[in-house]
Ligand binder design. Structure first.
Ligand code: SAM
Length: 219
């Protein structure tokens, strides 16, 4: 079984309890992170927003709460997660404002310069070939598009004690579970000509920190 098939199977299996598991994993901070992402990009009426690896659609929905006159496209390659997203969209009366696309982040089914805003909550870390996905995000972003991505990483360097405990006790388990840790957001974006405007750490737990990167596309 290829790595991608494995990721899809894992998320299919987890779909029924995904949202609960995510609350637990983030110690109930997940909606806070979604709101941080949705706030920082300051979506304007009529703008087109891409929700990277949308899963059950909750990040795209948070964006629509901030700006009800935007149009969100959520892409993901796990059908089970997207069925759940469809239910969430219905429950939030967002049909017509939130479109769902089944597809691969490494090969996006959109033409160049399609989106004004790109948002991602824990949507990049699990992608097998992240370099490809970064290149695709830049390709479909319009010049001047705003990007906000948040990922779970190790506590920042200054938090020495937490970082040390995290690195020795927590990280090996996370690596075993997810197969990766501390994905880079700044360097790959900068490599593709994106200006990083802001990097913030939120909640420096021993379990991990959430790192937000806000960037603007120059092309
Ligand atoms: C942590 S979950 C989604 C989080 C979601 N953004 C949220 O706010 O809850 C990660 C998602 O990435 C999707 N995924 C992983 N690799 C992908 C790829 N190459 N293309 C599309 N979706 C992918 C999985 O199917 C899964 O739904």
């Amino acid at each position: 079984m290829g790595q991608k098939e494995g990721i899809r199977k894992l998320y299919s299996r987890w779909t029924p309890i995904y949202e609960l598991a995510h609350h637990l994993q983030t110690i109930w901070r997940d909606s806070k992170y979604r709101n941080i992402v949705a706030n920082i990009v300051d979506i304007q009426p009529g703008e087109r927003v891409l929700d990277v690896s949308t899963g059950t659609g909750l990040t795209g929905l948070a964006a629509l709460v901030k700006q009800p006159d935007a149009y969100v496209v959520g892409i993901d390659f796990t059908p089970a997660m997207l069925y759940q997203a469809q239910d969430n969209i219905k429950k939030n009366s967002a049909e017509g404002r939130f479109g769902i696309v089944i597809g691969d982040m490494e090969n996006l089914p959109f033409v160049n310069n399609s989106f004004d805003v790109i948002i991602s909550m824990y949507g990049i870390g699990g992608i097998e070939d992240r370099e490809k996905a970064f290149a695709e995000i830049v390709r479909v972003a319009k010049p001047g598009a705003r990007i906000a991505a948040i990922e779970m990483v190790s506590p920042p360097l200054e938090k020495r004690l937490k970082r040390m405990v995290h690195k020795s006790l927590v990280e090996p388990w996370i690596k075993r579970l997810w197969g990766f840790r501390d994905i880079e957001l700044e360097r790959p974006f900068e490599k593709h000509g994106i200006n990083i405007e802001r990097t913030e750490y939120h909640d420096e737990f021993i379990l991990g920190s959430s790192k937000l990167v806000y960037a603007i596309v120059r092309k």
